[in-house]
Design a binder for this molecule. Structure first.
Ligand code: NOJ
Length: 751
């Protein structure tokens, strides 16, 4: 069908024009179209189905206008055929929108989002999302279910891998960067994808880190900790939101009017589209919230879920609910309008098809280069007794050991439906390339991370004895994190710690390099190793990046996006905790307690007898091959007035002998509040690259808004009194400067 015929079918208002309709024009097109749709066609737009090729059932559904979006169809020819059926063979010619979970790359795989967070580099995150959008849109995917901006403080939860970690501010900044990367500056361009901020809301607080579990989050904490990254994504123009699986304070998100209407639409003014999670309307039945699927459909509409992903609830029951007057057609119309608006915003009415001539734009050199840089910036040097960088004057032979040294499948991490294993470059590949095959002795010791069978140990130990340095690549297989893949034991799985002990016993220097989908409890392993590197699953280019870092070609600059626990039982653990009335002091640890000691012998402060207090590696922490010094912060004024601001500066110096980058982190503390405030809160960061001996002044501006908090669910205040401010290389160190808030500044109520 040519463009003129499409124009005739859709009517004047929806005429095919150059992309870039104004929002007012889009609204009028949407209204025009709505006015010509049957109820069945409206319900069809609300129905999202998973693709199963060019099959009769799907074709029939598309031609009858019974489906608005298809997820998981990635063959561009099939995409075009189905789209042609929608545009040319359905009554109104409304295009489909094809969707997919493109979470950290489509073909060129970047580090898992938790790894990207370790870069503290929004530009890099944006670039990764841009590349993912270009690759995925080249097969017709114009909508990704990403970014996941669930604040995650519990590494037992497998989905922490998909998050930006424990901090609300960092998650907000990086979520916005991803939205921008996917959507670009013009969503109608065919190489963009609509972003989807998920999972709205509170999913990261799943009780005990078990996926899909209940959450109980007081409204104040919800607004302060869990909602800001979503608000930031909405403000940045994220085209869609996805509601979460969990119930929150007893109400599943898919039926949660308060979240989806009161907050998202009414307070924040979000005018995009809300999709359910997979089957989440239906899951309100086992939740114990819906009597049956019909009831769930009604609750979903009332709550404001625009599109039903794979629950079949809307398509099965909405027409009947409307005809019986249990749901109004106006309510259905408002959902359909949101779906149509998305399609207009994506330019799908003008540009519905994939250009097959330019499709499959995968693995460009520049994309692989960006993916490598992303790993280089996200790997964290946790400990170094001088074993790194590899000293070529001492190290001739390197033993490469461990189950993750050559794990083409596992190094890419979770949510990578489209990756091609043979494209992964492993550390073993890259080290052979860098040091010459004859200088690498490869003996994995364990074939995979969970293996308990130690039959490979002897060969690994022999390799270690013959080498000058042992690089032990451990961690987790990809499948041990991600959706529904939670763990309670956060130590290295299988016999990896035993392998490390045997390697250490050879007396050779041992470098432990961990690749995993979550922070792990590494106290014992890191104590054994001469150096420890942590790399969240890094994707396609993990190998070359790690080889560059280990050899010293590139310096480490990754910083912990989560607090690493000493022991599994410490989680959830996060730096911005409350102080308690008895902060940890005078800790007597378990082995120091005298026999038959009295009940109060340990000082009665807040810590664990076996793990002490605090993280093994705190949020924001990471080493480098150089050293940095921070001057004490200097503030422009000792007071901040309503609607005023103050600047905080400090001099960061490279005090070592090679170039390096550090992340200068701005933290604040409100000392006395009508509700107690956290011991520190991140309010800014800047990655600074310095040559040896070079110094730079970093300056941040603090405004009342940065000091505000909710003291009731609806009031956000800045309270007069004393504050501390730090600029430091992590969340635990540095000296603060003090200032006072002199009056009660007003701040935006709905942040
Ligand atoms: C379920 C997951 O929770 C969600 O994140 C994902 O986008 C959908 N499935 C679609 O695959």
């Amino acid at each position: 069908m040519n463009k003129n015929i499409i124009t005739a079918v859709l009517g004047v208002c929806c005429a095919v024009t150059a992309a870039g309709r104004t929002e007012a024009e889009i609204d009028s097109c949407v209204n025009d179209l709505l006015g010509r749709m049957t109820l069945a066609e409206k319900v069809g737009q609300l129905n999202q189905r998973s693709g199963f090729g060019y099959a009769d059932e799907m074709v029939g559904l598309v031609r009858s206008g019974g489906v608005g979006s298809i997820l998981n169809e990635t063959d561009p020819e099939t995409v075009n055929k189905l789209q042609r059926d929608a545009v040319e063979k359905s009554r109104l010619g409304i295009p489909l929108v094809f969707a997919r979970d493109v979470v950290h790359g489509f073909k060129t795989i970047f580090p898992i989002p938790l790894g990207q967070a370790a870069s503290f580099n929004p530009a890099l995150v944006e670039e990764g999302a841009r590349i993912a959008a270009d690759e995925a849109s080249s097969v017709g995917i114009r909508w990704t279910f990403s970014p996941m901006v669930d604040v995650s403080r519990d590494p037992r939860w497998g989905r922490i891998a998909e998050s930006f970690g424990e901090d609300t501010y960092l998650s907000s900044v990086l979520g916005v960067a991803m939205v921008k990367g996917y959507q670009g500056d013009d969503l109608t361009k065919p190489n963009t994808m609509a972003a989807c901020a998920k999972h709205f809301a509170g999913y990261g607080a799943s009780e005990s880190g078990r996926d899909y579990n209940t959450t109980w989050i007081p409204e104040i904490q919800l607004r302060e900790t869990y909602l800001p990254p979503f608000k930031a994504a909405s403000d940045a123009g994220a085209a869609t939101f996805m509601c979460s699986f969990n119930d929150i304070n007893g109400i599943p998100s898919s039926g949660n009017r308060h979240l989806l209407r009161d907050i998202l639409r009414d307070e924040w003014g979000f005018d995009g589209m809300v999709v359910s999670d997979w089957g989440s309307l239906d899951q309100m039945i086992p939740h114990g919230f819906s009597r049956d699927r019909r009831h769930a459909a009604m609750q979903g509409v009332n709550a404001g879920v625009d599109m039903d992903m794979e629950s079949y609830a809307y398509c099965a029951h909405l027409e009947d609910l409307v005809s019986k007057g249990e749901v109004s057609e106006a309510a259905v119309d408002s959902l359909v309008a949101n779906v149509l608006r998305l399609k207009y915003r994506l330019g799908l009415f003008e540009n519905p098809y994939v250009d097959i001539k330019t499709s499959k734009r995968f693995y460009a050199d520049a994309s692989l280069d960006a993916a490598r840089r992303a790993v280089e910036e996200s790997a964290i040097l946790l400990k170094n007794n001088g074993a790194l960088p590899i000293d070529n004057s001492k190290v001739r032979k390197i033993a490469v050991v461990g189950p993750m040294a050559d794990a083409r499948h596992d190094q890419v991490g979770t949510w990578v439906f489209d990756f091609e294993k043979e494209r992964s470059v492993t550390p073993l590949d890259a080290l052979k390339d860098m040091y010459g095959e004859k200088n690498i002795i490869y003996a994995p010791g364990l074939e995979y991370s969970r293996q308990n069978d130690t039959k490979g140990f002897a060969a690994a130990v022999k390799a270690a004895r013959e080498a000058d340095l042992v690089l032990c690549f451990g961690g987790e297989e990809a499948v041990l994190s991600g959706e529904a893949h939670c763990r309670v034991d956060l130590t290295l799985p299988g016999a990896q710690s035993a392998l490390l002990r045997e390697l250490k016993a050879t007396g050779k220097p041992v470098v432990l390099v961990v690749q995993a989908g979550r922070s792990l409890a590494l106290a014992d392993d890191a104590a054994l190793a001469d150096a420890t590197v942590f790399c969240f699953h890094g994707g396609t280019m993990t190998g070359p990046a790690l080889a560059n870092l280990l050899s010293g070609e590139v310096n480490f600059s990754g910083r912990c996006p989560v607090s690493f626990p000493r022991m599994s039982g410490q989680v959830p653990i996060y730096y911005n905790r409350k102080n308690t009335g008895r902060p940890a002091a005078d800790m007597t640890l378990i082995n120091d307690i005298p026999l038959e000691a009295g009940q109060t012998s340990t000082g009665c402060t807040s810590y664990y007898l076996d793990a002490g207090d605090g993280a093994l590696f705190p949020f924001g922490y990471g080493l480098s091959y150089t050293t940095f010094a921070y001057s004490d912060p200097v503030i422009s004024s000792s007071e901040i007035a309503p609607d005023g601001s103050l600047t905080v500066s400090c001099t960061v110096s490279n005090t070592g002998s090679r170039e390096g980058s550090d992340v200068a982190q701005l933290y604040v503390r409100d000392h006395i509040g009508s509700l107690v405030r956290p011991v520190r809160e991140l309010r800014g960061f800047e990655k600074v690259t310095l040559k040896p001996g070079e110094s730079r002044v970093v300056t941040f501006t603090l405004r009342p808004d940065d000091l505000a908090f909710y003291n009731t669910p609806t009031t956000r205040v800045v309270e007069p009194g004393e504050f501390s401010v730090w600029i430091s290389p992590d969340s635990q160190s540095g000296n603060p400067a003090k200032f006072n808030v002199v009056d009660q500044p007003s701040v935006a109520a709905n942040n």
